[in-house]
Design a protein. Structure first.
Length: 352
């Protein structure tokens, strides 16, 4: 009888193990470990099984890799967990409707990742580019070009972070370094945005924390197209905006590109933004329209965050609340928190 019980128990355990779901998504690479069997670790450190994960840059030490995959993925193949914290979904097969995030597409560099393309610099934060923020102080010469005569990173009053939120900085007083570089925000727009947020939030810390995050996303420019897509789509910010307005560009909702003050990216949010603009009879880049849309979105879908902003006791806390509860960039580390809080502090000093 005892022997029979042992057999039955073993059968139950085998059945349990065989039906247990697999961890298929999450972060991988140095400090995280390997993906589940059969999944690839992308060069950016996420598990998956599309060309994006298994092709160029795939980290074979931490999962499967496929040869002869294209180096540039179809944008619809890119996905990562929405919580951006390395958490995983416990399911038996890859998700049929993956979530798309815009932050996971910029070329990375540095230890465990590799070098930039020829001619590009690897910034101290591990991102490829050609601005002084990439090629100047802190540039990692082991992984790309570096300019030896660049000045140190300027004070926060003189820096800006592009909409891809990767810690790259440009001197606001510099002339454009390339044709698709983005202008800084308008001082008049800054005042208007501050007044709007203060009227709605009624808390100077909350207003500054949110405004600093919006600045990190878009320079507070309502026509800002996510930087990487200027080249990929072959359009400037104005051309993209005009194409949406006159309906000559028909993929606004589904192109997975960040746009506007908050860099709206997901199709449902961009459809709502487009419908809102059409209902108001204004351009998609109308500042007043985007501010009101943002506020309605916050109240309807992120009300707990609104409560936090209205009761904030510091810019830092308000800024972090926006990072974790609303913007949710892939990089939520200390440097990202410091940068966004610093922008918020500058607006607080300027307007509060």
């Amino acid at each position: 009888m005892k022997f029979v019980n042992i057999i039955l128990l073993a059968g139950v355990l085998i059945s349990f193990v065989s039906t247990a779901p697999a961890y298929i998504k999450g972060q991988c690479g140095p400090g995280y470990g390997s993906c589940s069997p059969g999944y690839c670790c992308s060069k950016f450190g996420w598990c998956g099984n599309t060309n994006y994960y298994c092709g160029a840059g795939c980290q074979s030490e931490f999962g499967r890799c496929d040869e002869n995959q294209p180096s540039v993925p179809n944008v619809n193949d890119i996905h990562a967990p929405s919580n951006n914290k390395g958490m995983v979904n416990i399911i038996n097969s890859p998700p049929s409707t993956p979530e798309v995030i815009n932050e996971d597409r910029k070329s990375r560099c540095g230890p465990g990742v590799g070098s930039c393309s020829p001619g590009d610099c690897c910034s101290e934060y591990g991102w490829c580019g050609i601005t002084t923020g990439h090629c100047g102080a802190g540039c990692q010469y082991e992984f790309g070009r570096c300019d030896g005569n660049q000045s140190d990173v300027p004070d926060v009053n003189d820096i800006r972070v592009p909409s891809n939120n990767k810690g790259m900085v440009n001197n606001l007083n510099e002339q454009k370094e390339q044709s698709n570089s983005k202008p800084q925000s308008s001082g008049n727009d800054e005042q208007k945005i501050w007044n709007f947020l203060m009227e709605k939030i009624g808390n100077k810390y909350g207003a500054a924390g949110l405004m600093g995050n919006l600045y990190a996303e878009s320079f507070l420019r309502p026509d800002n197209l996510e930087d990487i897509y200027n080249n990929q789509l072959g359009m400037t910010d104005r051309e993209y905006t005009e194409g949406v307005n006159n309906d000559s560009y028909k993929n606004f909702v589904n192109d997975n590109t960040g746009y506007g003050l908050a860099q709206w990216t997901y199709s449902t949010r961009k459809q709502a933004l487009l419908d809102y603009a059409k209902n108001k009879g204004v351009s998609i880049d109308d500042l007043d329209m985007q501010l009101n849309f943002l506020w309605e979105e916050l109240n309807n879908n992120y009300n707990p965050l609104v409560v936090k902003l209205k009761n904030a006791t510091s810019v830092r806390d308000a800024s972090n609340d926006v990072i974790f509860d609303f913007e949710r960039p892939v990089d939520q580390g200390q440097t990202q928190q410091d940068n966004r809080a610093a922008y918020g502090e500058q607006f607080y000093k300027k307007f509060a």
